[in-house]
Design a protein around this ligand. Structure first.
Ligand code: ZN
Length: 458
C-alpha cells in the first residue's frame, strides 16, 4: 500500500511527555527574543534531538512589507536605589527587562524612571512580559508589590544590551516522505522565560519531528522553529516557490497547560486539515474547543493571509490571551506538566496520522453487496468485541468507495471513528474487495487546494 506511516511506531507517550517537560526545563532560563543568541542557544539545544538546519537572515533584508530588524542581545540589566541595592535585577528573571530595550546607563529620579516601569495592578505578584521590537525604547517589568516598595529618590538604571546589524535566526527541518506534498508544522521560539507560550510548542514540535522521522511518512513534513510574526513572514518571503507544496499545516502554541485541547480553524474553514483535527478531537471524547478562524493569534495569520491561504490551523490548549498566566511570570514550570504535553502530542500525532491514512478506495464489486460471509468477514471476527460496529463500518466503506470519497468522508458520514474505518478498509483490501485509487487521491489533494483558490478569486 502506498502511503501510511510505513513504519508504525509503538509510542511510549508518557515517556515522551516526560522528555518534553525536561526539554522545557532546560530551555526555560534562556532569554530569547525575535533575534539574538538566546534563539541560537535554544535551537542548538533542539538540535541535540533533531537535525535542524539553522538559517541566518541579515538585518535589513526586505520581506514583503516588513524588514528584518536589527539583532538584539542582552548581558545584564538592573535598577539600583540610592544605597546601591538592586531593586530590579535581570539576573533574577529575564522578564524584568522589556524585550528589545536599547542600551541605557543613567541616573534619574523616580518620577522619570516610573515612565519606564510596567506592572499588572490586578495581578500584583506577577511580572508582565513586554516587548518593544519595532520602536526603540527601554523599560523594566516588575510586580506591583515590588513597585509599591520603591520610593522617591535617585536611581541608577543600567541595561547592558546591544541592538545592531546582525541577523534573524530560525530553524528548519524537512522530513522527506513518499510524496513532495508537505505538511507544515510551525512554532514560535521568540519568548523568554515563559513555558506554555511557547516552550510547550517547541517541545511538542521537537518530539513530533523525532517520531515522524522514524515513521517513513507519506507526506513530507516541514518543521519551522521561528520568531513569531517576523519569522513566518521571512520564511514565506524567502521561500515563495515552495509554498505550493504545503497542503496542510498546524501552528503549535500553548500546549502544556491543563486546559482542554483547542483547535482554531484555518481560513479555509473546512479543509481536510480542519476536518481531520475536528474528527480527532471529537473522537477523543474529552472536553475540547473548536474556534473559528480569525486574523489574530499566532503565525497562522501569515500562512492564512489571502495571498497564501494555506490550510493551516492552530492547535493549543488554553489559547492566546485567554488564561490569566498569559504573558506573565506565572507561565512557569508549574503551569505546564508532562501529562498535558503528552495529551497534546498524542492528539497532534493522531491528527497527522488521519491525514496520512486518508486514502480513496474503489469498490471492485460495486453491483450489489459482496457476500462477506464467504470471505470470512461476516460475524466471524471472534476477537472483536464490537463485531456489529465493525460490520457496519465495512458496509459503509463498501457503499461509499466509488473513487470520489476519502476514508475521512466516510468516517464523517457514518459517524464512526476514523481508526475503525481505516481498519476495515485494510481488511477489505486484503481480500480484494476494494482497491486504492491513486488518481482520486491526487485529485483530492489538488481539489481542496483549487476550491480554496477559487473561493478566494471570487
Ligand atoms: Zn505570546
Amino acid at each position: 500500500m502506498s502511503g501510511v506511516f510505513k513504519k508504525q511506531q509503538t509510542l511510549d507517550a508518557p515517556f515522551i511527555g516526560r522528555q518534553m517537560y525536561e526539554l522545557i526545563r532546560e530551555l526555560y532560563p534562556i532569554c530569547r527574543s525575535i533575534t539574538g543568541d538566546g534563539v541560537r542557544d535554544t535551537l542548538a539545544r533542539v538540535q541535540r534531538h533533531i537535525p535542524l538546519t539553522i538559517h541566518e537572515v541579515p538585518s535589513g533584508t526586505a520581506v514583503f512589507d516588513w524588514t528584518v530588524p536589527k539583532e538584539w542581545n542582552i548581558r545584564d540589566a538592573y535598577v539600583k536605589d540610592s544605597q546601591g541595592k538592586k531593586v530590579i535585577d535581570f539576573q533574577k528573571s529575564n522578564l524584568h527587562v522589556v524585550n528589545y530595550s536599547v542600551p541605557t546607563n543613567k541616573r534619574m529620579p523616580f518620577s522619570e524612571l516610573k515612565e519606564h516601569l510596567f506592572t499588572l495592578p490586578d495581578q500584583p505578584d506577577l511580572i508582565p512580559y513586554r516587548t518593544s521590537y519595532y520602536r526603540e525604547a527601554w523599560g523594566f517589568c516588575l510586580s506591583q508589590r515590588q513597585l509599591d516598595e520603591m520610593s522617591d529618590g535617585q536611581y541608577e538604571v543600567r541595561i547592558d544590551s546591544e541592538l545592531k546589524n546582525g541577523s534573524l535566526t530560525f530553524g528548519e527541518l524537512l522530513i522527506r516522505g513518499a510524496t513532495e506534498n508537505e505538511v507544515l508544522i510551525s512554532t514560535h521560539i521568540c519568548h523568554p522565560s515563559l513555558c506554555n507560550d511557547n516552550l510547550s510548542g517547541v517541545a511538542v514540535a521537537t518530539f513530533l519531528a523525532m517520531t515522524l522521522a522514524a515513521c517513513e511518512p507519506r507526506y513530507s513534513y516541514r518543521f519551522l522553529f521561528i520568531p513569531g510574526t517576523i519569522g513566518s513572514i521571512t520564511w514565506l518571503s524567502l521561500n515563495e516557490e515552495k509554498v505550493d507544496r504545503i497542503k496542510y499545516g498546524l501552528v503549535l502554541a500553548c500546549l502544556g497547560d491543563r486546559g482542554p485541547m483547542s483547535y482554531k480553524r484555518s481560513r479555509q474553514e473546512k479543509s481536510e486539515m480542519d476536518r481531520a483535527a475536528l474528527h480527532v478531537l471529537e473522537c477523543s471524547a474529552k472536553q475540547h474547543l473548536v474556534r473559528d478562524f480569525s486574523p489574530y493569534g499566532y503565525d497562522e495569520r501569515q500562512y492564512c493571509s489571502p495571498g497564501f491561504n494555506l490550510a493551516v490551523g492552530c492547535l493549543s490548549r488554553s489559547s492566546h490571551g485567554q488564561f490569566p498566566q498569559y504573558h506573565t511570570s506565572a507561565d512557569d514550570l508549574d503551569f505546564v506538566d508532562s501529562a498535558s504535553l503528552e495529551d497534546s502530542f498524542v492528539n497532534c500525532f493522531s491528527i497527522l496520522s488521519v491525514l496520512e491514512r486518508n486514502l480513496v478506495f474503489i469498490n471492485r464489486n460495486p453491483k450489489c453487496e459482496p457476500q462477506l460471509g464467504k470471505r470470512g468477514l461476516y460475524r466471524q471476527l471472534g476477537g472483536y468485541t464490537d463485531a456489529e460496529a465493525r460490520e457496519m463500518a465495512m458496509l459503509w466503506v463498501l457503499n461509499q468507495s466509488d473513487g470520489t470519497k476519502s476514508l475521512l468522508d466516510i468516517a464523517e458520514r457514518s459517524r464512526l471513528p476514523f481508526d475503525e474505518i481505516w481498519s476495515v478498509a485494510q481488511a477489505l483490501m486484503e481480500c480484494g474487495l476494494i482497491e486504492e485509487s491513486l488518481h482520486a487521491q491526487s485529485l483530492l489533494v489538488q481539489a481542496s487546494q483549487e476550491l480554496a483558490q477559487l473561493k478566494d478569486d471570487r
